[in-house]
Design a protein. Sequence first.
Lengths: 107, 220
Amino acid sequence: MKRAIVALMIGGAASLGAQAKTIKMEVNGLVCAFCAQGIEKKLRAMAPTKDVYVSLEKRLVAVALKDGQDIPDATLRESLKDSGYDVVQVARTEDSLDAVRKAAKEK
Amino acid sequence: MRPFIRAAWLAIAVAPIAAHAKPIAFQDGWTAMAEYGTDTMREAQVFYAPRYWWSGGLSATKIIADDGRFEREMPGAQLNYLVKRWNLPAAQGNFFVWGGLASARGFDTGGERFSAVFTQKLGAQLDYETRSVYASAKTDWFHSSRFTHRVDTVQLGFAPYEHDYDELAFWFLVQARRINGGVMAGTEWVPMVRLFKGNFWIEGGVNRDRRAQLMVMMNF
């Protein structure tokens, strides 16, 4: 029992220590590239942002983070709202932005 | 030039203004539009949006009767308000209203010139779009002690392919428009082509008289 608890604690600590490289957001209303320019503009203005990727087809907005940095979900949702869109879901991944982009382009 | 041709020219000229264009870009964003190319319509607009649901700026519109018997130039200020936006999984709908004040100048039928005529402008737009279909209905109302005009526009469009964020967008549209107050008679149907990529938008058309018009728009 003790071993199981220790293993769980170690696993949890490792999980907390893992740094997300990319934030992925599922966004509603994302149908026009011209109208969605504000999303990129606002996200790039944030200090933790390294790069931004938008896919209309996948309804996806992805943000690559600088090392050791993050953006709170509430800030992301507000930023997208100010750009005129609604965030449905936010997820973090250790995948690079290139990997996210490649996966999004795969049909 | 036959009245129909001139009316079609006018419809092509004003089409970009009523088209896909939205008067509010995004929070802290600018929208600039300029259109030139016909004998019957000129318009330039610059709006700044402090929030995603409202914007304000300058708008200058010139309307010329299809037979040239009168002209109105209406430079002024305009406020735009997003009443409702529907962000759906694969579509977006919007309901905008706007109002403005202008100082009109020009000449009436008979050639009598006027200037500094207080003019009110009110308008609304309801639109719906997916990545392959577009529909909008818009109305603009200009009123002063010397004239009243209402411009009603309905547009339907489709994209031959669904563009993505980093790709060139290409659209075909058909527009039906009525302008009252003696500017044109009946309803005009106008085919249009539109291209945009990044924050730059350009569109144009050529009428049956092979007279071209051009409209450009930028968000930044």
